[in-house]
Design a protein around this ligand. Structure first.
Ligand code: SAT
Ligand code: MN
Length: 586
């Protein structure tokens, strides 16, 4: 008898008509074959084997360089289940449309069957997925980003308990590009793109869109969050999870080299993008990182902004759409001051400023997590790590202070629900436009966001030791348009205050929006930032916040009656607090 997996593979082959089928085992030999295949295709180059051993550079189709949210759909039976922030298509319509596109799509190509585990192979919190793809680049990337091959097959056995994801490059025409999620069936279909979250189906499609649905059904959380451990001078490590939108510095924060290392504060990395959390026997939320690698934004990465990742990407790394030096080494803007002579840009042309940046702004490195010098000793812990703080954040040039703490879990959920950030190159579309991005999940929440807020509120009631909730903003600018805060390794000062709040020692002052560090509560020794700038960084401008409050109210209107009463209540209370401040000034 064929297993459920074998049956599905057969069905997919009948539809897509591949020349041959390869079952991937995740071995070294297979990885080498996959590289050969990519080199043959001509869009991939081997990098300098002395300075970057076993590294390759892949150039994607120039029309296929970022996630495409416009053609990403949540296909629930009932439109309301997807909610006003998702694109929706009826499952039958999506099946029909994509079946036509998948028909014969793998003709003359190899179909790869890629079984993978999301999470440590031995963790009860982990889940199995299987991706069928006709892209060797996707296979090579999945081998880095997940526990791929044998480990997954062993875990799966003959069971039907896996998330199937069918992927084909199709003809790479953006007009025929679709990324669709059948939530009730827990199935993913993606065609027409070979890039990042559109094509590596374990990542955003499974680990966030499908998993967020599963998590609500099963009482856990799937979040767009990094996971880090902050080690204190005593040696005790406190774990925190932080949600920032794509390309807002999650990887750099998770891998930071602490500016307070000589005082005994250092950061350990568990994850840089996604957290799956369940209530543990100890009453804490226990987090695992479902991924095994980092798919990080290359531009801006250097020995100052992320020395740990610079060390990690020196071997076994796939670079995508970066530039390349005459020495066959990867290069991007922000790596060093000026483009070196003989540079070739991300499209393979001799570099010229008139062609725009040498590296595509959303160019990436794909690197095994274990290569990072700061990887936590608990990275593979099947029980996950206990989370003591949640941190929300985004890019806000003007509004949000460096850090503030919520008054309660419910107020924290409100802060997450009203998050906003300036858009980045991680998705196609305009860059730098402020948009509402609740919990950094706008593109990734697999169901109605009003129900998602309700799920958060419910989790707060169920978790005996819920994390404290904070909001940070590294991106505030002064009147001169320059960033007020140096960021990167200095961000540890904010993490230290958060730790002190968790432990009940840090000083805080009340503002209408939450608690900010009281005078001198933030460790500033050795920091080259004036007292006036710190005050500016922590300032809460109530008239700016009144405008923000109004905009948040407009956003909430989109959810109608489905918006939880507690969110409405928090919104009203913030309005009152802002009003009191304004009245006191008059
Ligand atoms: O392309 S990905 O979705 O994996 C990257 C991102 O948007 O965070
Ligand atoms: Mn992300």
């Amino acid at each position: 008898m064929a297993t459920p997996l074998e049956q599905w593979v057969e069905e997919a082959a009948r539809l897509t008509r591949p020349q041959r089928i390869t079952w991937c085992d995740g071995s070294e030999d297979e990885a080498a074959q996959m590289q050969e295949e990519m080199l043959r295709e001509g869009r991939t180059l081997r990098l300098n084997s002395k300075t970057y051993p076993n590294c390759i550079l892949h150039r994607s189709n120039p029309n296929d360089v970022a996630r495409t949210e416009k053609v990403t759909f949540i296909c629930t039976r009932d439109r309301e289940s997807a909610g006003p922030t998702n694109n929706w298509m009826a499952p039958a319509e999506a099946k029909e449309k994509l079946t036509a596109l998948f028909a014969g799509a793998m003709k003359d190509r190899t179909m790869y069957v890629v079984p993978y585990v999301m999470g440590p192979a031995a963790s009860p919190q982990s889940r199995v997925g299987v991706e069928i793809t006709d892209s060797p680049y996707v296979v090579a990337s999945m081998r880095i980003m997940t526990r791929m091959g044998k480990a997954a097959m062993e875990r799966l056995g003959g069971s039907a308990d896996f998330v199937p994801g069918l992927h084909s490059l199709g003809d790479l025409n953006p007009e025929r590009r679709y990324i669709v999620h059948f939530q009730e069936e827990k199935t993913i279909w993606s065609i027409g793109s070979g890039y990042g979250g559109n094509a590596l189906l374990g990542k955003k499609c499974f680990a966030l869109r499908i998993a967020s649905w599963m998590a609500r059904e099963q009482g856990w959380m799937a979040e767009h969050m990094l996971i880090l451990g902050l080690e204190a001078p005593s040696g005790k490590v406190t774990y925190m999870a932080a949600a920032f939108p794509s390309a807002c510095g999650k990887t750099n924060l998770a891998m930071m080299v602490s500016a307070l290392q000589d005082q005994g504060y250092r950061v350990w990395t568990i994850g840089d993008d996604i957290a799956w959390m369940q209530i543990g026997a100890d009453g804490y939320l226990r987090a695992i990182n479902p991924e095994a690698g980092f798919f990080g934004v290359a531009p801006g990465t250097n020995a100052h902004t992320n020395p740990n990742v610079m060390a990690a990407i020196k071997k076994n790394t796939i670079f995508t759409n970066t530039a390349m030096t005459a020495n066959q080494e990867p290069w991007w803007e922000g790596m060093d001051a000026t483009p070196p002579p003989g540079l070739v840009d991300w499209q393979g042309r001799a570099w010229s400023a008139s062609n725009g940046p040498a590296a595509q702004p959303n160019s990436r490195y794909t690197v095994p997590a274990r290569q990072s010098p700061c990887i936590s000793p608990r990275f593979e812990d099947p029980a996950g790590v206990p989370i003591s703080a949640f941190i929300f954040g985004g890019r806000r040039a003007r509004l949000a202070p460096l850090v503030f703490e919520s008054f309660s879990w419910q107020h924290g959920v409100y802060i997450g629900a009203t998050m906003a950030s300036e858009t980045t190159a991680a998705a196609t579309g305009a860059v730098g436009v402020t948009r509402r991005d609740p919990m950094a999940m706008l593109p990734f929440c697999g169901y109605n966001m009003a129900d998602y807020f309700r799920h958060w509120l419910e989790m707060g009631r169920r978790v005996p030791h819920p994390p404290k909730i904070f909001h940070v903003n590294w991106f505030r600018k002064g009147a001169d348009g320059k960033f007020l805060w140096p960021g990167y390794g200095e961000n540890v000062r904010v993490l230290k205050w958060i730790l002190e709040r968790v432990e009940g020692t840090g000083g805080a002052a009340e503002t209408p929006i939450g608690l900010v560090p009281s005078q001198n509560a933030l460790t500033t020794d050795g920091l080259n930032v004036s007292r006036g700038t710190i005050e500016e960084l922590l300032r809460v401008d109530s008239s700016d916040w009144s405008r923000e409050h109004e905009e948040a109210g407009e956003f909430f209107e989109r959810f109608g009656d489905r918006l939880p009463e507690e969110i409405r209540g928090e919104h009203a209370r913030l309005g009152e607090r802002l009003h009191h401040v304004a009245a006191a000034k008059d």
